[in-house]
Design a protein around this ligand. Structure first.
Ligand code: ATP
Ligand code: MG
Length: 262
């Protein structure tokens, strides 16, 4: 049974997609079977992996709304080492169409349930909003990973995000838990950035990953080449920090599994 992890932050441009692609890649590199789900109508996770969603016949929309079996829309890994459930152009409309469905918050859950045993990890890249698509992502997930950009307004909006997660837990998915926050685009020369790291660790003790993702031009460039990030400058500092993050995620899971079996 796959562990399902949603990357959430309603703030735009904080590194959700970059983090989703990188951890999917490094978990796959560690030998895990991984599916990356592009739940964002912008389709950045799909295009970052070289898929042009404008030329796709079918995407996530067709499973969410049209009832298409998810295996028919999944694109099997080529260079990235993991599979992709691509967004599709009409996904933007799905957020509105879903409103009219019964169990509208459970649509993605129902889709992923059909393929959950095919993978070890399913990573969901969410849009920058707390709308119905993101709620579908949360309801379908076991854990939430929150990318936080190390900048002045970093903590703003986090309480609203945590409140939403709480509401989902209370009313829709009682087993949802917060895996942690990962600090992104860190510039160690910037005093303010160092202060944000301290503040995050004070506010959320035990919930901030040790791995901090540095601001790195190489990380920003990789998607525009649409090729495997493993083959793209895998020795850069940015890449190594994501490799460490994937390792931390695996360690957390191993600990969790052990505590279940004891
Ligand atoms: P959105 O909310 O629009 O979905 P996002 O949270 O998914 O955005 P990304 O798309 O991952 O954020 O990143 C925003 C921009 O910052 C992109 O241009 C990306 O290439 C760049 N970027 C991401 N991480 C880093 C980094 N560590 N260093 C430098 N640039 C980065
Ligand atoms: Mg994104």
């Amino acid at each position: 049974m796959a562990k399902i992890i949603s990357l959430i932050n309603q703030k735009g441009g904080v590194g959700k997609t970059t983090t989703a692609i990188n951890i999917a890649t490094y978990l796959a590199d560690a030998g895990k079977l991984v599916l990356l789900v592009d739940l964002d109508p912008q389709g950045n996770a799909s295009s970052g992996l070289g898929i042009d969603i404008r030329n796709l016949d079918k995407g996530l929309y067709h499973s969410l709304i049209g009832g298409e079996h998810p295996r028919n829309i999944i694109i099997k890994s080529k260079s990235s080492g993991h599979d992709l459930m691509p967004a599709s152009q009409d996904l933007a409309g799905a957020g509105i169409e879903l409103v009219h469905f019964d169990n509208r918050e459970f649509k993605l859950y129902d889709v992923l349930r059909q393929i959950r045993t095919d993978y070890d990890y399913i990573i969901i890249d969410s849009p920058p909003s707390l709308g119905l698509l993101t709620i579908n992502g949360l309801v379908a997930s076991d854990e939430v990973l929150i990318p936080v950009q190390t900048e002045y307004y970093a903590l703003e909006g986090l309480s609203q995000l945590l409140q939403t997660i709480d509401l989902v837990k209370k009313h829709l998915q009682p087993n949802l838990s917060i895996m942690g926050a990962v600090l992104t685009m860190y510039d160690r020369r910037n005093r303010l950035a160092r202060q944000v790291v301290r503040e995050m660790r004070n506010h959320f003790p035990g919930h901030v990953f040790d791995s901090i993702i540095p601001r790195s031009v190489r990380l920003a460039e990789a998607p525009s080449f649409g090729k495997s990030i493993l083959s793209f400058d895998s020795l850069s500092k940015g890449k190594r920090s994501y490799k460490n993050l994937a390792r931390e995620i695996l360690e957390k899971d191993n600990k969790q599994k052990k505590s279940f079996t004891v």
